[in-house]
Design a protein around this ligand. Structure first.
Ligand SMILES: [Cu+2]
Length: 155
């Protein structure tokens, strides 16, 4: 049931772009809307209640600056934008309130850098699951992306 709904949603978003683009969009775990492309969306899941980390690449193909300001998901009670850093040899992370992407630029959320901190999962997650996460922007419609859950070792 849930799976059927997800497939339908993906079909609709692909169909809205029409023609050849629809074929290209049939690749899983990619989403596009109005000058934004998200690819390689994946999420490292850890056992139990530990937070998961979400990674992806966001391309701004529009001629305007876009600003990522947050994310949310029904699968987690809390989602924050974070950046990992190394201070005096100590690994730490800080939360990021906004992240600008200039036209024709991209940002990469990847291990040791920017990540979505996905806290308090509302249900059990395991590798292979697909979870919808909605990215939120300043002055741009939100974009919902399927993230694939992967084990920590596959990053
Ligand atoms: Cu974090």
């Amino acid at each position: 049931m849930a799976n059927g709904k997800r497939k339908l949603k993906r079909w609709i978003s692909a169909a809205s772009l029409g023609g050849l683009a629809a074929c290209l969009l049939a690749f899983p775990l990619a989403a596009s809307a109005d000058g934004l492309d998200v690819t390689d969306a994946r999420m490292r899941v850890l056992p139990g209640d530990m937070p998961a980390a979400g990674y992806f690449r966001l391309d701004n193909t529009s001629d305007k600056r876009v600003v990522l300001v947050g994310a949310k998901s029904d699968a987690f009670e809390k989602v924050e934008l974070h950046r990992s850093m190394n201070k005096d040899g100590m690994a730490s992370m800080e939360s990021v309130s906004r992240l600008e992407v200039a036209p024709d630029e991209h940002i990469e959320f990847a291990p040791q850098g920017y990540h979505l901190m996905l806290m308090k999962p509302t249900g059990a997650l395991s590798a292979g699951d697909e979870v919808e996460i909605t990215l939120e922007f300043e002055r741009h419609d939100p974009l919902t992306v399927d993230f694939e859950a992967v084990p920590p070792t596959s990053m």
